[in-house]
Ligand binder design. Structure first.
Ligand code: KIV
Length: 254
């Protein structure tokens, strides 16, 4: 268990020293349980919309829902850095980005994440100028899944490769403490990792990132109806729970 409080700067300094392990957490018991393992970065991701709230994708998640889950997670007072996602359409302008980032911080978040690169740079700069640590997110952007028509690997064509590198460099120069790379083709994720001075945290982007992040439900099998291809669950918790419930029912004679 980590006994020291992890800051955004501590995550930034892990580059080149230790792999950054990061997981999602959306409530008090999960945050407390994961924190006891020593994972240094926990994200109240808008994936909560899919694996907890039953939405088809993350575009339905509201600020109020994010605040509710951030509050629950923050009550666990984790030593891990607690970051939270700015939900869909909550950062359309620098003013909205700062106001909503402040709402997440008031709920207990210690950093915020938003999806995009140079297209949201004024928002990122405004969040950082307000003193709120920022985690970037490039590659497949789940908040764009409806307009893009699916979850597709990014970086295979030259235009995407060049755009990803320019976006990563822009976020690093702006002062982000790390960048999540989602579904970026592994050679491009490796190249970005070599080129920027802050940690890249991959999800479905190959082994060469500075760290990895997973949706905890995928890792522990609590959302068994869909598991991304790049995740091998370490435990099948839903099946184990169903076995326990069936055993209890049979002991009961139900
Ligand atoms: O919402 C989320 O859980 C995320 C991670 C998958 C990176 O953004």
């Amino acid at each position: 268990m980590t006994t020291v409080k992890i800051t955004a700067d501590a995550i930034r300094k892990m580059k080149g020293r230790t792999k950054v392990a990061a997981l999602t957490a959306y409530d008090y018991p999960m945050t407390r349980m994961l924190d006891e393992t020593g994972v240094p970065l926990l994200l109240v991701g808008d994936s909560v919309g899919m694996v907890v709230l039953g939405y088809p994708d993350t575009t339905h998640v509201t600020m109020e829902e994010m605040e509710h889950h951030v509050r629950a997670s923050a009550r666990a007072k984790p030593n891990a850095l607690l970051a939270a996602d700015l939900p869909f359409k909550s950062y359309e302008t620098p003013e909205a980005a700062v106001a909503n980032a402040r709402r997440l911080v008031a709920a207990g978040a210690e950093a915020v994440k938003a999806e995009g690169g140079r297209n949201i740079l004024p928002q990122v700069q405004a969040i950082l100028a307000a003193g709120i640590p920022f985690l970037g997110h490039l590659g497949m952007l789940p908040q764009h899944v409806v307009e893009e028509g699916g979850y597709r690997i990014k970086g295979k064509i030259q235009k995407e490769h060049d755009a990803l590198l320019a976006d990563a460099e822009a976020l690093a120069a702006a002062g982000a403490f790390g960048i999540v790379l989602e579904l970026v083709t592994p050679p491009v994720a490796a190249e970005i990792t070599r080129r920027i001075a802050i940690p890249t945290i991959g999800i479905g982007s190959g082994p060469d990132c500075d760290g990895q992040i997973l949706v905890t439900h995928d890792l522990v099998g609590t959302f068994p109806w869909f598991t991304p291809r790049f995740v091998k669950p370490k435990v099948h918790s839903a099946a184990n729970m169903q076995t326990a419930v069936r055993e209890w029912m049979s002991e009961l004679g139900a």
